[in-house]
Write a protein that binds this ligand. Structure first.
Ligand SMILES: [Zn+2]
Length: 300
């Protein structure tokens, strides 16, 4: 709690400092769009093409849940034409910082476009990891194309042409994932990870998802959490668990050791990209990496 309080004071100082440096509308480089993370950045760039420039707030490969806006980030946001972020609590303290900045820069949450009935909650907390359902991501692509077209009507035809390609690619990806899932025996379609990042993936593609943490990586994992999950995995005869690229492997290794101590051996099925693109560089490649890793580990 004390840590949070100190953090809040630091950010308040940052925001106040940045406020002094806010440039007038005329001075801003209006062509720059800030995307909160690399997954959104990939989509915005694919639709915007050569007609937009983007910067990413959360450094590539970093865990979005622990994000805190730096002074440089705040200045860069206030200098830009638009910020596009996920929302739903994904990006750590970003939404809080945006609230403090006010409406100097228009901000769009892609989750605002998703109908409420599509959302998944865990213990009454909204799960923000919507991109793992390619068809939900399709509706985000439409939303972004519409926004770019409204912002810059001159290039709207280009955005809509690029949107068509994105939608086609997403449909192909969705089909590919479904074909791959069919290779996994039904009883083995259980995905065990550190945090609850794959709930939308599980619902879209027919997996039960289990994790030690909730929808964020922010909470501490207790030995009770690990023991509870271990009991479930023994009961369901799960023999494979997965690491996540942005989360330390300590708790998954502890889970593995806890199970081993009870005579239940589980293997590590590979590393999944829950909250970043990693070295896949594009959304499409990241999603294909994940499903290929899952199929390789669970279809044996
Ligand atoms: Zn996450």
């Amino acid at each position: 709690m004390k840590k949070l309080y100190v953090l809040s004071i630091i950010i308040l100082v940052i925001v106040t400092a940045a406020g002094c440096k806010v440039k007038s509308f005329e001075q801003k480089d209006r062509s720059i769009i800030i995307c909160s993370n690399e997954i959104i950045d990939d989509l915005v760039n694919t639709i915007g093409g050569d007609f937009i420039k983007t910067n990413i707030a959360i450094r590539k490969g970093n865990d979005p849940h622990s994000y805190t806006a730096t002074e440089r980030d705040i200045i860069s946001i206030t200098d830009s034409s638009l910020i596009i972020y996920n929302g739903g609590g994904l990006e750590g303290r970003l939404e809080w910082a945006l609230g403090k900045i006010g409406n100097i820069t228009p901000a769009i949450s892609i989750m605002k476009n998703i109908p409420e009935e599509k959302f998944i909650y865990k213990d009454d907390v909204l799960n923000p990891h919507i991109w793992h359902d390619a068809m939900l991501w399709k509706s985000v692509a439409i939303f972004i194309a519409d926004n770019l077209a409204t912002m810059n009507e001159e290039n709207h035809q280009i955005y809509y042409q690029n949107e068509e390609i994105v939608l086609y690619t997403l449909e192909k990806l969705d089909k590919y994932i479904k074909e791959q899932v069919a290779l996994i025996p039904a009883e083995k379609r259980i995905l065990v990870t550190e945090h609850d990042a794959f709930a939308y993936f599980g619902r879209a593609y027919g997996f039960e998802t289990l994790s030690m943490q909730g929808v964020s990586t922010y909470s501490e994992v207790s030995s009770i959490d690990i023991n509870n999950l271990a009991d479930i995995l023994i009961e369901k005869n799960v023999d494979t668990i997965f690491l996540e690229a942005t989360v330390p492997d300590r708790n998954i290794r502890l889970l593995q050791a806890t199970l081993k101590a009870q005579g239940h051996s589980v293997k590590i099925g590979g590393i999944l990209y829950s909250d970043t693109l990693g070295n896949n560089n594009t959304y499409d490649k990241m999603m294909r990496h994940n499903i290929d890793t899952i199929v390789k580990a669970l279809s044996k």
